[in-house]
Design a protein around this ligand. Structure first.
Ligand code: ADP
Length: 353
């Protein structure tokens, strides 16, 4: 069966076409600059048309959807009701879900009659216990507005955790795994017996690790302090925290780890500081999650930095498990969110037949 996986962002659509269940990749690509000034691709509909011109015989579509809130704990077949609920999730995920939805609506028009499945980044983390996902805010904000930790990159964390089990030839039910997804966005998850029990991103992807351009954990009082002092609007503050902070903000050089690494090696002090902060924060989360699970059998690195930057991995690992009698295995596992979405879409179709 030919399964098309769509990852629709605000100005791009990434796709992969798989032959399932063989899991063979038939083709992949990206359409960029959608809706931007001077671009030939005026909207997601025409972007998807360009993709469909290159491929044929699509029998099933799987969509990456960033935020499923508490509504979606599992993949779902997309119908009008699901579209309505994903729209409702836009209220708490205004940066991501609208773009995902545009991809879904374009597919619905261009591939009528073809089943579409939504797979949510937040779903894997719906197993977090309440003590890990409730913030120290008035409980009313959770009840009334759904304000809690949701976590992201779930499909990637789940994929590499499963791969770790397969590589070690051990059932997930016997493993305590810490998965580090280190790309432009970075998050760490504690996976106990196959279930996500804590994760570093929060209500939005801003919480947790220092990332390419996101600040990660900060004193929340800084937000209002800076807004007052610099007379910033909420939109400007959001931009500062999401796009101007992290590795880029600290170093003043770049959000790209390769460039930072080169700058640090040639003696740039702020590039070195940015790397030290990045590594220190990862170490702290690994320590916290080892405590949360009362142990760690496997530490997994994945995504752009995790897969490619050995020096970062080595520095993270220095000394962190010195206190453990049996040292965890450290694995580097390339992530494949699209394949995981294809597997989940196939599984759902099987179940609903
Ligand atoms: P995204 O979150 O956008 O999918 P990636 O997973 O591609 O990001 O990760 C981007 C980060 O990974 C950048 O900091 C980049 O420097 C680093 N990176 C990507 N590819 C390589 C590579 N081949 N060698 C070293 N670093 C890489």
């Amino acid at each position: 069966m030919k399964v098309l996986i769509i990852n629709s962002g605000s100005s791009s659509i990434k796709y992969k076409l798989f032959d399932m269940p063989k899991e063979a990749l038939i083709s992949k690509g990206i359409i960029e600059h959608i809706g931007e000034k001077g671009s030939k691709v005026i909207n997601h509909h025409s972007g998807l048309e360009m993709i469909l011109d290159k491929i044929d015989g699509v029998e099933l579509v799987g969509h990456r959807v960033v935020h499923g809130a508490e509504e979606f704990r599992r993949p779902v077949l997309i119908d009008d009701n699901v579209i309505h609920k994903i729209k409702q999730c836009c209220a708490i995920a205004p940066l991501h879900n609208p773009a995902n939805l545009t991809g879904i609506l374009a597919c619905k028009k261009l591939l009528p009659g073809i089943k579409q499945v939504a797979v949510f980044d937040t779903a894997f983390h719906q197993t977090l216990p309440a003590y890990a996902y409730i913030y120290g805010l008035p409980y009313y904000y959770y009840q009334k507005f759904g304000i809690r930790k949701y976590g992201f990159h779930g499909t990637s964390h789940e994929y590499v955790a499963h791969e770790a089990g397969r590589i070690l030839k051990k059932p997930l039910s016997r493993l305590k795994i810490i998965t580090c997804h280190l790309g432009n966005g970075c998050s760490i998850t504690a996976v106990n017996k196959g279930k996500s029990v804590d994760t570093s991103m929060g209500f939005t992807p801003l919480e947790g690790l220092v990332m390419g351009t996101r600040c990660g954990d900060i004193d929340p009082a800084l937000v209002t302090h800076i807004m007052h002092q610099q007379q910033l609007t909420p939109g400007q503050m959001e931009k500062l925290l999401n796009k101007e902070s992290g590795l880029k903000g600290i170093s003043g050089i770049s959000n790209d780890m390769r460039m930072l690494d080169a700058a640090a090696r040639s003696g740039n002090k702020r590039a070195r500081l940015a790397l030290d902060i990045f590594i220190y924060r990862i170490k702290k989360y690994i320590g916290a999650y080892t405590a949360a699970m009362a142990g760690c059998d496997v530490l997994v690195f994945t995504a752009g930095i995790g897969e490619n930057q050995k020096n970062i991995r080595d520095k993270v690992c220095v000394g962190i498990f010195a206190h453990l009698k049996i040292k965890p295995r450290v694995l580097v596992i390339p992530t494949n969110e699209e394949l995981m979405i294809a597997r989940k879409a196939m599984q759902l179709i099987k179940e609903t037949r």
